[in-house]
Design a protein around this ligand. Structure first.
Ligand code: MN
Length: 138
């Protein structure tokens, strides 16, 4: 696995705060499989760039800027999981594949994938045609 990017950190911190109410260095380190010292270093960088602030007792708090981007990053991750699932990618590959591609797509590409996911949601018979087609190819 490559070194987690700034985006990975913001995404995980956002998720931790959403689910647990707080994000500690140790939680972030666990979530990203990195050493706590790497977390400390990145948190300082995120603080400097105004994505988060450290508050005594509460720990890390995302700024409005950090929250906004965190929300978009989580949306992007979930959308890509949904997309891969839709086109029939095996369940056990999905998470790692999304982690591998999510930082490399433009928001333009994300929006177009979003259209496709919505299209299939609104036209399940089309998705069914795709599944039939895939079965013929196998
Ligand atoms: Mn992700």
């Amino acid at each position: 696995m490559t070194t987690p990017s700034m985006e990975d950190y913001i995404e995980q911190i956002y998720l931790l705060i959403e689910t647990k109410g707080y994000a500690r260095v140790s939680d972030i380190a666990d979530a990203l499989s990195v050493h706590p010292s790497s977390v400390t270093k990145m948190v300082q960088k995120l603080d400097k760039n105004e994505y988060l602030v450290y508050e005594k007792y509460r720990g890390f708090v995302l700024t409005p800027k950090g929250k906004k981007i965190g929300k978009r990053l989580v949306y992007r991750h979930d959308l890509l999981e949904q997309f891969l699932q839709m086109i029939g990618v095996d369940e056990e590959n999905i998470y790692r594949d999304v982690e591998g591609i999510e930082h490399h797509l433009s928001w333009n590409a994300i929006d177009r994938i979003g259209d496709l996911v919505q299209y299939f949601e609104e036209n399940p018979e089309r998705l069914n045609e795709l599944k039939q087609f895939q079965m013929r190819l196998e």
